[in-house]
Design a protein around this ligand. Structure first.
Ligand code: ZN
Length: 321
């Protein structure tokens, strides 16, 4: 029998407000799923009587700072092992091992996907990952598994690889019952799908992972932000529909001529009908990332063509449509 308690912890991201941390108890183990953004989660858990010192593992659903920032305080206090997906671990290693090279590749990526240099560089300065490198440097990880797996022979709580929101996203689940979905499935907003500097078709991975979760027909999902919800398959269908609409919007935008990703982002409509210029720099990064992810997806399906013109990647609708 698996039981859990959900805790809402404050985070410094205006659009989200809080992250949800889960204490999960199975017949043979005690786990924490995600840890919030900052130290302080430990205090919140202990105040509510959670036996933090007995935790077998902190499972981090993915590398974003609002999910991992409270983990090290617990590990330092109680030696609790921390687990994160292999691909996310590699990104953290890449970032912290040689920050100069990582920053350089990020800068090159931004500059090759837009022509407004000043705007791109202000966006990069406000990129959430670039601002958190120091926190990543202090992180230590004990397990970095790849793919679907089990923890220490644990039967009740298994881990499903759900790449897309990040390359190494993992969702713990109880077969036939519930999934701890991190930012893979969220109730109020559609999870951000972006790019990683080493490439990859994140939207394609994400769509496949949504379909994989849907095939299990979970009775409920416990998201990384917001409350546990019971409409898992319906929410997955809504998110899939959202990306279909966004793909046709992007196809439309590049049908009138070659455009770079930043220009495409500027023509797209964002949540609550906002224009790109209405967004703050933090949100502009998300929007730019979404444009890149959708363009790469279209390119992979043959619906868009990419060409390098004077060091800038331009996309156009494929003539083969
Ligand atoms: Zn996230």
């Amino acid at each position: 029998m698996v039981s859990f308690r959900a805790f809402s912890v404050p985070i410094d991201i205006r659009a989200l407000g809080t992250a949800t941390v889960y204490y999960v108890e199975t017949g043979s183990g005690k786990y924490l799923v995600d840890s919030g953004m900052k130290p302080g989660t430990l205090h919140i858990l202990e105040k509510h009587g959670i036996p933090v010192r007995d935790l077998n593992m902190i499972i981090l659903t993915h590398l974003h700072i609002d999910h991992i920032g409270g983990a090290m305080e617990i590990r330092r206090r109680y030696n609790t092992p921390i687990m994160i997906g292999k691909e996310d671990y590699r990104i953290i290693e890449d970032m912290t091992g040689d920050p100069e090279s990582f920053t350089g590749r990020m800068r090159d990526f931004y500059l090759s996907n837009g022509s407004d240099r000043d705007l791109l560089m202000s966006m990069l300065d406000n990129h959430p990952v670039m601002r958190s490198i120091q926190i990543y440097r202090e992180m230590e990880f004990d397990f970095t598994p790849h793919g679907d797996h089990m923890i220490n022979g644990e039967n009740e709580l298994r881990i499903m690889a759900t790449p897309g929101h990040s390359p190494g996203s993992m969702s713990p689940y109880v077969q036939g019952d519930m999934i701890f979905s991190g930012d893979h499935i969220l109730p109020r907003i559609t999870p951000n799908i972006s790019f990683y500097v080493n490439g990859g078709n994140m939207l394609s991975m994400y769509i496949r992972s949504l379909e994989k979760v849907r095939s299990h027909h979970f009775r409920s999902y416990n998201p990384g932000h917001g409350n546990p919800s019971h409409d898992t398959d319906m929410r997955i269908n809504e998110i899939l529909e959202h990306h279909e609409k966004r793909l046709s919007e992007v196809t439309n935008i590049i049908s009138s001529g070659k455009k770079n990703a930043l220009d495409v982002a500027m023509e797209m409509t964002w949540s609550r009908k906002r224009k790109f210029s209405d967004l703050n720099l933090h949100e502009m990064n998300f929007a730019f990332g979404e444009a890149v992810a959708h363009l790469r997806y279209l390119e992979s399906t043959g619906k868009a063509e990419a060409s390098d013109v004077n060091g800038i990647i331009l996309y156009s609708s494929s003539s083969e449509i």
